[in-house]
Design a protein around this ligand. Structure first.
Ligand code: EPZ
Length: 420
C-alpha cells in the first residue's frame, strides 16, 4: 500500500502540466478494438485504469505497446468475446467494451463493472438501449451475454444523459448497418473526443457535444492516429490546490472551455483566474469567500467529479456554502474524513452544508474513491501540520504522478510506497 504525506499551511507557487484525460482515453481504448487495425493514441496518461484497459485489450487478442504516453493497439487478429470478472471489477469503463465487442464480434460476454463506490451505479440504461439496437441480452450466474448477429439501427431516447451509456451505444451502432440516433445524449467533451477518434478511423459519428448524436454504421474502418484531450478534472484539481493553500499556480495544457464552470466557482471563491491559449494562471490570497450553492449537473453544468474538490475548499471558507450532489447517490465519502481534520459539514441526503472553519488540522485520512482522495490532498494543503492520505491506489486510478504534480506547484509532499 502507498501513502502521501503533505505538510500544509504554506502558499504554493509553481507550474504543472495536465495529463491526458482518463475519461476520454478509456472509451477510446475500448474503441481501438473495433477497427481491426493499428490505433496510435497519444497523450495517454499512465494511470491504473489505462493499464486495466490494456489488460482487457490483450485478453481479447490485441497486441498493445505503451511508451512515453503513447499507446499503440493492433487489433488485427482479435479472437476474444469474453471479459473475465476480475478485469470487469477493476473499473467502471470495462462496461464500454460491451459495445466494442458487439460491434466487432457480434457478441460479448461480461459481468457488472466495478469502479468508484459512489452509491448505486446500475447499467440498465446501457442494457435497455442495447435491446433497442436488436441486441439479445441474457443475464445469469453473474454474467451478461450480449448477442447481435446484426445490430439494427434505432432512434434512442436516453432517460438520463448517461456518459457511459452514450459511449456504449455509439460503439455498438458503429457495427450495425444504417443510422442510429441518440436523443438526450451526454454532451461531455469526452464524447466529442470519442467521436473524433472514431471518425479518424473512418467511422461517421456526428453531433458529439450536443444532445443529438447520429451514428452511420457499417463503414469500412482502418488504421488511425489520435491525440487525447487534456484531463479537465485534473486541471480543476490543481486549480483547487492553489485556491485551498493560497499562492499562485500556472496550469498548462488545458482546454479552457472544458473547465469554465469550475473557473467560475474559483472566481466566486475570490481567486483571480486568467486564461491565455491553453494555460490557466490562478492566484489566491488564501482567504476564501463562501460559495452560496453548488449544484452538480451534466456537462456543461458543474461537474460531479469536482464536487469533492469544492467541498475541501469550502471547509476553510469565511462563511457557509451548500452543495447539492444531483448525479450520484453516495458521493460524500470525503465529508467524514474532512471532519476528522476539523471541517464542519452536515449532510442530509443530496445536500451538504459546509460551514467554513478558520483552520483544518493535519491527521491520518483515508481515501474512499478517486476524487475523494484528491480532495483530501487539497484539504491537506490548507491544513496546519502534516496529513497522511491513505489508499493512494484510488488516486493512482485517475491521476498520473499525483504527488509530483502537486510538488511542481510547490507543495511539501512525499509519497511513500510499500507501507505495511
Ligand atoms: C462517467 O461515469 C465518468 N467515468 C464519471 O467519472 C463521471 O462522474 C460520470 O460519467 C458523470 O459525469 C468515466 O467516464 C470512466 P453516468 P458513468 O452513466 O458513465 C446513473 C471519475 O471520478 N446511471 O453518466 O458511470 C448513475 O448511477 C468518474 O472520473 C444509471 O442509473 O456516469 C449515475 O447516478 C466517477 N443507469 C448517473 O446515471 C445506467 O445505466 C450518471 O452516470 C447508467 C448510469
Amino acid at each position: 500500500m502507498s501513502v502521501i504525506k503533505i505538510r500544509g499551511g504554506r502558499h504554493l507557487d509553481g507550474t504543472v502540466d495536465v495529463h491526458g484525460s482518463k475519461n476520454a482515453v478509456l472509451p477510446i481504448l475500448a474503441a481501438s478494438f473495433i477497427n481491426g487495425g493499428i490505433s496510435i493514441i497519444h497523450n495517454c496518461p499512465d494511470i491504473t485504469d489505462v493499464r486495466t484497459s490494456i489488460a482487457i485489450l490483450e485478453h481479447l487478442g490485441c497486441e498493445v505497446t505503451f511508451k512515453d504516453n503513447t499507446v499503440t493497439v493492433n487489433s488485427h487478429n482479435v479472437t476474444g468475446t469474453s471479459i473475465p470478472d476480475e478485469l470487469m471489477r477493476e473499473m467502471r469503463s470495462s462496461v464500454i467494451f460491451a459495445g466494442a465487442l458487439v460491434s466487432k464480434m457480434g457478441r460479448a460476454e461480461l459481468s457488472y463493472p466495478g469502479g468508484c463506490k459512489l452509491g448505486h451505479r446500475p447499467i440498465d440504461l446501457h442494457l435497455n438501449t442495447f435491446r433497442k439496437l436488436g441486441i439479445i441480452i441474457n443475464e445469469e450466474h453473474g454474467r451478461i451475454q450480449c448477442d447481435a448477429t446484426q445490430v439494427t439501427p434505432a432512434r434512442i431516447f436516453l432517460d438520463f444523459p448517461s456518459v457511459g451509456a452514450t459511449e456504449n451505444i455509439i460503439l455498438a451502432a458503429i457495427g450495425g448497418e444504417g443510422v442510429t440516433t441518440i436523443i438526450n445524449a451526454a454532451k461531455e467533451p469526452e464524447i466529442v473526443d470519442l467521436q473524433n477518434f472514431l471518425n479518424s478511423m473512418g467511422a461517421c459519428v456526428r453531433g458529439g457535444g450536443t444532445d443529438v448524436v447520429e451514428i452511420t454504421g457499417g463503414r469500412p474502418l482502418g488504421d488511425c492516429e489520435y491525440t487525447v484531450i487534456p484531463d479537465r478534472i485534473s486541471a480543476s484539481t490543481y486549480m483547487a490546490a492553489v485556491v485551498a493553500a493560497g499562492g499562485t499556480g500556472e496550469i498548462r495544457n488545458v482546454v479552457p472551455n472544458h473547465v469554465s464552470a469550475f473557473i467560475a466557482v474559483m472566481r466566486e471563491c475570490g481567486a483571480s483566474v486568467s486564461v491565455r491559449d491553453r494555460t490557466i494562471r490562478i492566484t489566491s490570497s488564501g482567504k476564501i469567500r463562501p460559495v452560496k450553492l453548488i449544484n452538480t449537473m451534466p456537462y456543461p453544468g458543474f461537474p460531479t467529479d469536482a464536487q469533492s474538490l469544492v467541498m475541501s475548499i469550502m471547509s476553510v471558507a469565511r462563511g457557509t456554502g451548500i452543495i447539492k450532489e444531483n448525479i450520484f447517490q453516495g458521493r460524500y465519502a470525503h465529508a467524514n474524513e474532512l471532519a476528522r481534520m476539523g471541517a464542519d459539514i452536515s449532510i442530509a441526503d443530496k445536500i451538504a452544508v459546509v460551514r467554513g472553519v478558520r483552520r483544518l488540522s493535519g491527521c491520518d485520512v483515508y481515501a474512499a474513491d478517486l476524487r475523494s482522495g484528491a480532495a483530501l490532498a487539497v484539504a491537506a494543503l490548507a491544513a496546519e501540520g502534516e496529513t497522511t492520505v491513505h489508499n493512494v491506489h484510488y488516486i493512482d486510478r485517475g491521476y498520473e504522478c499525483f504527488d509530483r504534480a502537486l510538488a511542481s506547484l510547490g507543495a511539501d509532499i512525499e509519497r511513500i510506497d510499500d507501507i505495511e
